[in-house]
Design a protein around this ligand. Structure first.
Ligand SMILES: Nc1ncnc2c1ncn2[C@@H]1O[C@H](COP(=O)(O)OP(=O)(O)OP(=O)(O)O)[C@@H](O)[C@H]1O
Length: 237
């Protein structure tokens, strides 16, 4: 099943044409990474799919529902981690879980399950701003996962994390993926694309310049590492 369908998408902010004729589809169960230089429209694209932004032209379908018409349905089905994880600084982990569970009318059993799955026990009474970067992201992933979404959006989930915390978070993301969930993320880490993504979409100046499996792209361009592929598409080297 196609989880995301985007056809001939255009988006401008005033005279700034940010997305230009973007088309792609995502299959159920894929981990897809979107990469590209700063300001090339990655977050804007994610925000359109998450129902947070209107687009100018084109067609967008998420989980079989057309946007923007079916935004309420899509919102109830997706999980999201925003860039630099927006969360109230002084809320305790337990309070945050209770709060978000109440938005989806979920009971204590589901919270207990998530605490178990993400191993959050020892942090339940810790305030968010006291958590390390890695644990913050892990808690945000747990919250994003509370209502069992089939599609999860992660905007630069590992930015600022040390290698160990990055690895732990990715292990969790992979675990989620094994459940046949679909994950769409942005990252500036070429290593993460190489190691973890089934597919990569490279955006340059708001257009897709490559969309394939990272291994295929390396073979096609005869490169050993994905960062060389990236530079080849983005810088022409
Ligand atoms: N709300 C907004 N109003 C006006 N312009 C915006 C808005 N949001 C983003 N832009 C502009 O749109 C362009 C694309 O921004 P966007 O954040 O989507 O890029 P990005 O690829 O995610 O960048 P980064 O890698 O830095 O996160 C940039 O020129 C940015 O300044």
């Amino acid at each position: 099943m196609k989880i995301v369908k985007v056809k001939n998408l255009y988006k401008s902010y005033g005279s700034n044409k940010v997305l230009k004729d973007v088309s792609f589809e995502i299959e159920e169960g894929e981990i897809v990474g979107i990469v590209g230089p700063n300001g090339t429209g990655k977050t804007t694209l994610l925000e359109i799919l998450m129902t947070l932004r209107k687009y100018d032209e084109g067609e967008v379908e998420v989980l079989g529902a057309t946007l923007p018409e079916k935004a309420d349905f899509v919102r109830s089905q997706i999980g999201v981690i925003f860039q630099e994880g927006g969360m109230y600084a002084y809320i305790k982990v337990k309070e945050a879980l209770d709060l978000f569970a109440s938005f989806y009318s979920l009971g204590k059993d589901r919270i207990d399950e998530i605490v178990e799955e993400f191993e959050l026990h020892q942090y339940l009474n810790v305030k968010f701003h006291k958590l390390s970067g890695g644990w913050k992201q892990r808690c945000l992933l747990a919250i994003a996962f509370l209502h069992n979404p089939k599609l999860i959006f992660l905007d630069e989930p590992t930015t600022g994390l040390d290698p160990k915390a990055t690895q732990i978070l990715w292990n969790k993301i992979k675990g989620i993926k094994d459940d046949n969930r679909t994950i769409l993320l942005t990252t500036h880490s070429m290593e993460e694309i190489d190691q973890y993504c089934d597919r990569v979409i490279i955006l340059k100046d708001g257009m897709i310049v490559a969309d394939d499996n990272p291994e295929n792209l390396k073979m096609k361009l005869d490169k050993r590492y994905f960062n060389e592929v990236y530079f080849s598409y983005v810088e022409g080297v």
